[in-house]
Unconditional design. Sequence first.
Length: 117
Amino acid sequence: MTAVREKAAAPEDLARLFVERANAGDLEGLVELYEPDATVALPGGRTVAGQAAIRAAYEQMLARKPEFGAGTALPTLVSGDWAQTASRTDDGGARAEVAHRQSDGTWLIVLDRPFFA
């Protein structure tokens, strides 16, 4: 049976859900936050695209058991069904995402730069 997870009702929910799921080691829950063809920027300048590649990258990340903080959210920019979210991380870095509203009104990440200074 598939776990029923909270969906992002607003673009701002995505960062919170990411932190909660990453800290819980919930790989599939992380992948569910992304559109099927999403692109994620990884440390070292590498990018991955598509849920299978995102799953593989996050599987490696979660194996190290990192601890994520919520950070400080910056104002969200919304234009129709698109939104840009960003936050300052607790370690002085930043993260930014582009999200897309789905037909059911929830939001998923399309472009993600989770770690930059």
